[in-house]
Design a protein around this ligand. Structure first.
Ligand code: NAP
Length: 200
């Protein structure tokens, strides 16, 4: 569709939590996005196989989490493409599908800090705008100096109080048998318990 503003919400989502959902909704409002497409990573280059939960579990949890929001969708594109998944290939594919849309890639500020080590960063930054979600109290100096030097306006920072929730903390809680209530949507909590995820 022409002239659309589309958010691409990239992440491992292992598991998805309210911090991610609040980030996507805040970005949608702030940048007037017509939709936000969650793209769970396939096989990311910076994570060894076996370190990340099986794609289908992560994908289904994202699906359960976003189904009630009419602006949110989930894409299997990184899994379907196979092999190691680079963001440049994902953004190129979205550019191909939505030729005249304005694209916004939304992810964590810590991930964006590494962007110069990603594949073809200059092309990536020319193709879409980056939204870096940060936790409160995040030291912006490192990001600002990186942005100032290289990106000049290509990356915008979005502070999200609820990003105090983190996937790694949730995995630790699940392993210890602690409650996940009010940190993830209820269907995601049930899915994790029913499938015994993060117990080992
Ligand atoms: P990560 O290293 O697991 O996460 C870095 C930080 O960002 C964590 O604090 C994480 O919190 C947070 N985060 C991740 N996704 C988020 C989101 N959508 N919204 C808000 N916070 C988020 O990063 P990752 O998830 O593996 O990678 C993020 C994205 O960058 C993915 O789409 C990945 O494919 C892409 N990436 C691409 C390349 C490349 O092309 N070479 C390299 C690295 C990453 P939680 O742990 O709570 O999520």
């Amino acid at each position: 569709m022409n002239g659309e503003r589309i958010g691409i919400m990239g992440g491992t989502f292992d598991p998805i939590h309210y911090g991610h959902l609040v980030t996507a909704e805040a970005a949608r409002e702030k940048y007037q996005l017509q939709r936000v497409i969650f793209v769970p990573s396939g096989h990311p280059p910076h994570k060894e196989a076996g370190m990340v939960t099986d794609f289908w579990h992560r994908y289904l949890m994202v699906l359960l989490a976003v189904v009630s929001n009419p602006y949110f969708e989930v894409s299997r594109l990184e899994y379907d493409r196979g092999g190691v998944t680079y963001t440049i290939d994902t953004v190129r594919e979205f550019r191909q599908r939505y030729k005249s849309a304005e694209l916004f890639f939304i992810t964590g500020a810590d991930a964006i800090l590494e962007i110069l080590t990603w594949k073809r960063p200059e092309e990536l930054l020319a193709m879409c705008r980056f939204i870096a979600a940060t936790r409160p109290g995040y030291d912006l100096r490192q990001l600002n100096s990186l942005l100032g030097e290289f990106f000049q306006g290509a990356v915008s920072v979005l502070e999200i109080p609820m990003l105090n929730i983190s996937s790694s903390n949730l995995r630790h809680r699940a392993k210890a048998g602690r409650s996940l209530k009010y940190l993830v949507p209820e269907p995601v909590e049930f899915y994790i318990l029913q499938n015994g995820l993060y117990r080992e």
